[in-house]
Design a protein around this ligand. Structure first.
Ligand SMILES: [Zn+2]
Ligand SMILES: [Zn+2]
Length: 132
């Protein structure tokens, strides 16, 4: 994947730190700020947590990255892709994407609330096969 072109297309300056964040997320799927800090620190010893936050915010602002807010846990970040749901293991905190058809849930929610809804975040907590 050509991240450099993607970042440029979004008018975002391409810095080595930014690229590393993107690469890490591409390889690992979902990472929280501590995990990102840890892996960047090994490459850029002088990097600060504030810098990483700044980079992540810049990239979430343009929807290049998405924040996944997990109850009782730190948010994780991922490269933005099509809307999907998540399953989280309460034992080992592993988080996985699941493609769930939520169109029926969404239309029920609209009907029951009379709201116009455009965003949803569905997260299931449970125990993964490895921890079972
Ligand atoms: Zn687990
Ligand atoms: Zn995801």
């Amino acid at each position: 994947m050509n991240y450099v072109a993607l970042l440029k297309e979004k008018n975002l300056k391409v810095t080595p730190q930014r690229l590393t964040i993107v690469e890490e997320l591409y390889v690992n799927g979902h990472m929280n700020i501590d995990q990102l800090y840890h892996s960047l620190k090994s490459k850029f010893p002088s990097v600060s947590l504030a810098t990483i936050y700044k980079n992540i915010n810049a990239m979430t602002d343009i929807f290049f990255l998405s924040e996944v807010k997990i109850p009782h846990q730190k948010s994780v970040y991922e490269l933005t892709k099509e809307e999907h749901s998540h399953v989280v293991c309460t034992q080992c905190q592993t988080i996985m994407d699941i493609d769930l058809d939520i169109s029926q849930v969404l239309s029920d929610a609209k009907q029951l609330s009379s709201y116009s809804l455009d965003e949803s975040a569905i997260i299931f907590n449970g125990i993964c096969p490895k921890c079972k």
